[in-house]
Design a protein around this ligand. Sequence first.
Ligand code: NDP
Length: 283
Amino acid sequence: MKMKTLKGAEVSAKIKEQVTQMMEGLEGPAPKLAIVRVGEKPDDMSYERGAVKKMENFGLRVRTYVFPEQISDSDFKAEFSAINRDPDVSGILLLRPLPKQIAETDIEKMIDPEKDLDGISPANIAKVFAGDKTGFAPCTAEAVIEVLKANEIDMTGKNVTIVGRSMVVGRPLSMLMLKENATVTICHTRTMDLEAECRRAEILVAAAGKAKMLDGRHVGQDAIVIDVGINVDENGKLCGDVDFQSIESMASMATPVPGGVGAVTTAVLAKHLVLAGQRQRRN
Ligand code: NDP
């Protein structure tokens, strides 16, 4: 059987249809996203470009707030607090990690949970862990679920292995997968037999951030492979955590990098923005 490539653009287009419908019922100007960036990190700037493009493509408003790398903790908190309180801002995307002098955990506690589109506040994290869908989950974790659902892949009772336990991807995704009734295994650097844990997965999610670390040996027959990793290979080219070519004879379906989960993450961000806009206008 030939491996099917699960394209992020197709999933993003489906989310765009939902967003357009949601916006039809929304009066007044389109919801506005505030992207908050400190410094000029290339990774942040590339994510920001993708997010700006997606918001514009979906007919949403977006403004980027950029602060110097050296900004003090108190100055940044004052600036962030003003954005947080601005009634014209429906949602916030904070590019992280922040420079060391800024207490990131304070910002996580400060952000209005209703504007916290990427699920960094304790209130939203608690909701994700409680299986309460009224919270905002981290966009990348939710993007994995969207990819599977858009391709009509039922997670009920499936053995799912997630490689990575970060608060951005692995941990929240494990909770979203549980909500979908999957049987979840989470792997990390202390996992004893990564190959075996991965190979028994019917759905394997790679979120370790290590270029091509998973290959054909880690993939069971007909498994579905979702590659969240965004890395640069030895030739300076963008690649995932999975060696795509080496899994072709094993996997039934897989997401490519680029062109997979990344494209869906910003679409989920747009959906969260419109949801936030809807809720704020009802209040
Ligand atoms: P982190 O570095 O925060 O976490 C990586 C996780 O992978 C850790 O839990 C780590 O284990 C585990 N890990 C690393 N190496 C190995 C290994 N050799 N074997 C087993 N486990 C391992 O990364 P993030 O979660 O922030 O991001 C993961 C990847 O996803 C990155 O490539 C990132 O660029 C990408 N990403 C993509 C997004 C998208 O939109 N597509 C958005 C966000 C991130 P331990 O806890 O033991 O250290």
